[in-house]
Design a protein around this ligand. Sequence first.
Ligand code: NAP
Ligand code: MG
Length: 403
Amino acid sequence: MDKIKMITPLVEMDGDEMTRILWKMIKDELLLPFIDLKTEYYDLGLEYRNETNDQVTVDSANATLKYGVAVKCATITPNAARMSEYDLKEMWKSPNGTIRAILDGTVFRTPIVVKGIEPCVKNWEKPITLARHAYGDVYKNAEIKIPGAGKAELLFTAEDGTEVRELIHNFKGAGIIQGMHNTEDSISSFAKACFNYAIDTKQDLWFATKDTISKKYDHTFKDIFQDIYDADYKEKFEELGIEYFYTLIDDAVARVMKAKGGFIWACKNYDGDVMSDMVSSAFGSLAMMTSVLVSPTGVYEYEAAHGTVQRHYYKHLKGEETSTNSVATIFAWTGALRKRGELDNIPELMDFADKLEAATLGTIEAGKMTKDLALITSLNDVKVLNSEDFIKEIRKTLETSIS
Ligand code: NAP
Ligand code: MG
């Protein structure tokens, strides 16, 4: 069989620890035998980030802007323990944060749904994708502990010196206050990324805030979304038969619990933080969650939602057997390859991505899986495989479906 040819390279961002081990296995077993893989490789492993003063992370993000599609392995975000473990020059920032800032992107997280791993909410038949606005609000707040009686005000001073004041509260005793902000630019980017992703995946888009209570702050989010939708996206949505709707966050929560899934739920920063943890744990497993960063201009970076699985890596280093789930990392690759195929008009590449995903799910549905899934599956007669054998089983299933 001829290998599938690519046109534009994928930006490949290698990473750390156990996921770096899986990365190579996935390429060797599931990709290189079938595709004439074209990538521009960036080593985001912590050692090389340290060696290049983290320039490699910036370069990889710029390459993503240039080519349009990237696939990323999980990476270590350094903390004090990592400083000594890797003898770091500095406590380098989170690569995901750096890349997100350069791409001005929104992160969409989607669970991988497979027979045998049932969501806690029994009517969820299709995945629910959560889009979290990743800038501002309570995450960039200013807070004061008020010691005693006094007047608290919001004050805005324009560049020309004009002041706008708003009374927060006349304190009669001790208390607390908090100030937060967002920008029209950031909210607009978030809205565009959501509309683009809905069109891209042909799914309805839900957006909810508490605009009945927050009549200026949350209402601005609602208005910006609506204005951008009406001006630039309404026609395309109608053409595709998908829907955008805004509702109150309380109503959204109630509807989500009763829904079948198969839509995108856009949330403000804090709501997204909380709701993504709820939705992902209700779907079953962190190891079955994919994540894609989408820029407002339509640039894509695919990855698994989980980290580098450090505990398994230390076992691996001691020569012990591991049973680490590679599904989300495989789906990061298939997501990126499918998008590359779509942009470069290579139907074989898109078809390969579909087949690799089907082979991965088929392997699990046939009862062959890693330990994390074996612990929660509703299937009987399960065979627990180690990290490498699971990938080899997927290869067998894939070869059968291709030949
Ligand atoms: P983690 O790597 O997500 O792993 C936490 C635990 O979840 C694991 O110990 C394991 O549980 C389970 N798990 C996660 N993924 C799994 C998989 N694929 N297969 C089987 N089990 C899996 O989080 P962490 O240990 O807190 O973080 C490790 C490193 O990852 C940190 O340095 C952090 O900075 C980094 N991180 C990176 C990203 C990213 O690049 N996007 C995201 C999060 C964290 P058991 O040990 O019980 O088996
Ligand atoms: Mg959280």
